[in-house]
Design a protein. Structure first.
Length: 164
């Protein structure tokens, strides 16, 4: 029987345990291009970034620009901006990827599954009928059908039109 290989070289960094220094939600201006950081949108209150290790295609993270860990520490302006951005992001994902549903939520604290517990962020994960298969159950493996940079280039123009 011929052996088939699922090739996902971008996950090597995750598997090896290497992490970027610093907070992914607090990128210094001009240090790296937004494309390299997978940043789709930023203004003075919020940032939208693609998840580098997604659960599904189109997995986005919405965070406040201010480095804050706790939901109750957000200002009303920040929480409003995050929710409005979540609405816009979901509209864009519906138009572009046509998912059948979404998982949207916060993982607050390391024990709750927060990959970056020191900087609060809202996860938006598009879902399709049948997207949970045996690979995820057997070994935390997910099949992402499109390269992250292809997704980035598809989504980026939509996010540039947002005026909050």
């Amino acid at each position: 029987m011929e052996r088939k290989i699922l090739w996902a070289p971008w996950r090597g960094e995750y598997v090896s345990g290497k992490k970027d220094p610093g907070c992914i939600f607090c990128p210094p201006e001009g240090e790296l291009p937004d494309e390299e950081r997978l940043i789709l949108y930023r203004d003075h209150l919020v940032l939208v970034i693609m998840n580098k290790f997604p659960y599904n295609s189109g997995h986005l993270l919405v965070s406040p620009r201010r480095h804050v860990a706790e939901l109750e520490e957000l200002t009303s302006e920040e929480i409003t901006a995050m929710m409005r951005m979540a609405q816009e992001a979901i509209k864009i994902l519906k138009e572009v990827f046509k998912p059948h549903g979404f998982n949207v939520g916060f993982n607050l604290g390391k024990v709750a599954g927060a990959g970056y517990p020191d900087h609060l962020h809202l996860q938006i994960v598009p879902r399709w009928d049948g997207d949970v298969n045996f690979l995820a159950v057997l070994d935390e493996i997910r099949v992402i059908s499109q390269h992250l940079l292809t997704q980035y280039h598809t989504l980026f123009p939509y996010f540039q039109k947002i005026k909050l």
